[in-house]
Design a protein around this ligand. Structure first.
Ligand code: SF4
Ligand code: SF4
Length: 327
């Protein structure tokens, strides 16, 4: 176990996460792979304060075509329902468009997670249209509906650019038409929990319409997971223990059946397989040690999930996953 996870384990007032799971089946995946999340690299045009994968412009880890091909083979063989492409800024991977193109040929639900700001850069200006042509679902992160809060987390001017890009996506039909899905992600800017998802969605929709006349389908609220840059922030600010205590006190067993790790895998840039993106950030590969290359041509088997104390981030209150609340 790495030092960051050791630190979470050694917090004396927090019981081990695994002890909280009383029903054995929730320590295991289901027997079907429904979602493959492909993390195409840690390279990003931004370097947000809360980034759990510690992405940024100086990162050099980028997935190559061979790993992508193996991912696609597994997705096809397992007939996955969703291919979820993320990063970093996935658009910056040189094989990104090829991957989207191929993914759309074998799967009817392809998601791309974008920070929006990247779409304003000259090299990527054609991508909104490319997304619409492929009818990929866009999940965009908009940390808040006001400039001040978002710019503090993402950098000066990021909010204004993101709004401009959402307007462009709306003009293409995103957020309006059923087959051009535009979803948003909210995560808190500090050591506190997100509000109830349905209430926050209502607030986002009304503020963004009033102030900018922009629309979107759904808002996903995500609890900040105590890994990566966010864990470092918690330590620096002296909030690690109290944040973990809050998460542990808010443990909700009803969120366990919907944990995203139960029906998905997350593939790293080098082909290593993880139970989820948070485990990838925490450098905790699947307990079987498999890479995506090992999974090609094999039937999918139920496996034990690699759980540790950062998992409290997924089970607090209404629960949290890459698709928002889980309860
Ligand atoms: S949070 Fe997203 S946009 Fe920000 S640095 Fe991380 S990957 Fe990039
Ligand atoms: S952090 Fe990952 S492995 Fe842990 S509960 Fe959440 S989704 Fe599952």
């Amino acid at each position: 176990m790495n030092q960051a996870l050791e630190d979470l384990k050694n917090l004396t007032n927090i019981p081990d996460f695994e002890e909280r799971i009383t029903e054995e089946e929730y320590r295991y995946t289901t027997d079907r792979l429904e979602v493959t999340q492909i993390n195409v690299g840690r390279l990003c045009n931004l370097a947000c304060k809360h980034c759990h994968v510690e992405a940024g412009p100086a990162r050099i880890e980028v997935m190559d075509r061979k790993v992508m091909e193996a991912c696609l083979k597994v997705c096809k063989e397992q007939k996955v329902e969703t291919i979820d492409i993320t990063g970093g800024a996935p658009e910056m991977n040189p094989n990104f468009e090829w991957l989207v193109d191929e993914a759309c040929k074998i799967c009817s639900h392809v998601i791309v997670r974008t920070n929006l700001v990247i779409l304003k850069e000259e090299k990527y200006r054609h991508l909104p249209k490319f997304y619409a042509d492929h009818k990929v679902e866009i999940v965009c992160s908009l940390p808040y509906y006001r400039a001040k809060e978002m710019n503090r987390v993402r950098g000066e001017g990021t909010f204004e650019t993101a709004i401009e890009m959402i307007r462009e996506l709306n003009e293409l039909g995103y957020g309006k038409e059923n087959d051009l899905v535009l979803n948003m992600v909210y995560n808190p800017a500090g050591a506190f929990f997100p509000p109830v998802q349905s209430a926050m969605e209502k607030e986002y929709k009304s503020r963004l319409w009033q102030d900018y006349e922009i629309v979107f389908h759904n808002l996903f609220t995500i609890t900040n997971n105590p890994t990566g840059r966010f864990e470092a922030f918690l330590k620096r600010s002296g909030n690690l223990e109290s944040y973990m205590k809050k998460l542990s006190d808010a443990f909700n067993a009803a969120t366990l059946p919907g944990l995203m790790c139960r029906f998905q895998i997350s593939v790293g840039y080098d082909g290593q397989v993880y139970d989820c993106d948070f485990n990838q950030a925490a450098d905790l590969p699947v307990l079987t040690g498999e890479t995506i290359f090992n999974m090609v041509g094999k039937s999918f088997k139920k496996r034990k999930i690699c759980l540790a104390n950062h998992c409290y981030g997924c089970t607090a209150g209404q629960g949290s996953s890459c698709g928002g609340a889980t309860e």
